[in-house]
Design a protein around this ligand. Sequence first.
Ligand code: FES
Length: 165
Amino acid sequence: MPNDFERTVNELQESIMEDARKIYSEKVIERWLHPRNLGRVRNPDGFAKIKGPCGDTMQISFKLKDHKISKIKFLTDGCASSIAAGSMATELAQGERIEEAVEISQQMILDALDGLPEESVHCALLASNTLKEAIRNYFDSKRNDSVKQGDEPIDKKGRIEHAHL
Ligand code: FES
């Protein structure tokens, strides 16, 4: 039997979820609560960290195998929508050839999430732009034959730290 405290917490949680369901699709809520591909890939082939106009940041790192994205992860300090958008962007990119992954747009992420509230559509743009920037970073690194970042701070290796949208 739940005690009074547990009952209050449960009621509070249920009320938060009720409000969320009025605003967000099931896919968004699911990824907000259980984001896929959360974290950072070690020794990535491509990496970017971008700050959106709202001030929130997102980073994406990935590994390539046979010209396909074999592992991809994201991190964000943003809102529920940015967590869902980062999750979906990495889900869409996983296993794709790099030329296909770079085509993943804001609209594709929005469609895959069954939409976001108008005031949050920029979160999908942040995810799409971060992915594109990480892919650009991969091509730049290849061109410059630069050292892989490992666990070093990104800026020490001359990689993209902040690119404003
Ligand atoms: S990423 Fe800034 S409000 Fe969602």
